[in-house]
Write a protein that binds this ligand. Structure first.
Ligand code: PAF
Length: 281
């Protein structure tokens, strides 16, 4: 695996690859790899000639008081995993490389960015669309891969690709979970022993809600309340939001039907975890 830090060198590499008509697959990340990232890399490896992974803890998607400073940075371990997954290039730019002084331009996918996580993290998705928009312009991949755990991010980026005519295919891949159902996340490492023991209640509550919906509970408010009670009764987790939305547009459902997503954020101590379940009715 080769680590490239400058946009200039990466572009030179990409030019040689394209001259040979090779396909480029891209996995954008903030590092601190877990099995979820590895599964994206594996799929990308299978489907493309060249596999590029970016590692960039993007300051513009963290709000004031969020965990930008303490977000895990594990260069050595990440490099090891990237080698195992046969990554060709790690693009590892500095903040100055991505956002030089006097940086002024932002991408904003409105409306979709203001709901769910966007309500509690103003500016977060603008940071995500801006950095991914830039990475797609720098790398010009044929296809890029995202995890379904960050469902809102994935749907917003899909919309951005469509609206801004990026010539790239987007693949949204299943959430990888621990054996007890907890969705893989770089932030799971920050849970205390007790919180980690409790956290699987999140996915259990989502599955129970899906079951209730399948049995005929069609009122979003009742479904959301059920999830909230289930989690708050059975753990120290505090619900930030639970919402039943259309899985594509993210708009609130009046009735649980069609392509549904129940999405939530739960706070354990200082750790904010998100998860979702998607189903058709
Ligand atoms: O999901 C992430 O790790 C980040 O939001 C992404 C897509 C790499 C953009 O910084």
């Amino acid at each position: 695996v080769r680590v490239i830090k400058s946009i200039y060198s990466l572009r030179r590499f990409i030019k040689t690859v394209k001259a040979k008509n090779k396909t480029i697959g891209f996995v954008p990340t903030m590092g601190s790899f877990h099995a979820g990232h590895a599964s994206l890399m594996r799929k990308c490896r299978r489907e493309n000639d060249i596999l590029i992974v970016s590692i960039f803890v993007n300051p513009k998607q963290f709000g004031n008081g969020e965990d930008y400073q303490t977000y895990p940075r594990e260069e050595k371990k990440d490099k090891y995993i990237a080698r195992e997954e046969k990554v060709d290039i790690i693009f590892y730019p500095s903040v100055e490389e991505m956002y030089p002084k006097r940086y002024l331009t932002y991408i904003d996918t409105v409306k979709m960015s203001d709901v769910l996580c966007g309500q509690c993290r103003p500016g977060h998705f603008q940071g995500v669309t801006t950095v991914v928009g830039k990475l797609l312009n720098i790398i010009t991949p044929d296809v890029f891969y995202l995890g379904r755990k960050d469902a809102q991010q994935a749907m917003i980026l899909k919309k951005m690709v469509e609206d801004l005519n990026y010539s790239v295919k987007i693949k949204i891949c299943p959430t990888v979970r621990e054996e007890d159902g907890l969705a893989m996340s770089s932030r799971n490492n920050y849970l205390t022993f007790q919180q980690r023991k409790e956290a699987p209640v999140i996915y259990k509550a989502l599955k129970q809600a899906r079951q209730k919906a399948r049995e005929g509970q069609y009122r979003p408010r009742n479904i959301a309340e059920g999830v909230r009670t289930n989690i708050e009764k059975n753990s120290s987790g505090r619900i930030e939001y639970v919402a039943c939305v259309d899985a594509n547009s993210l708009s609130p459902l009046k009735k649980i039907m069609g392509h549904c997503m129940i999405a939530l954020a739960v706070i354990f101590g200082k750790v904010r975890l998100i998860d979702n379940i998607i189903f058709k009715l």
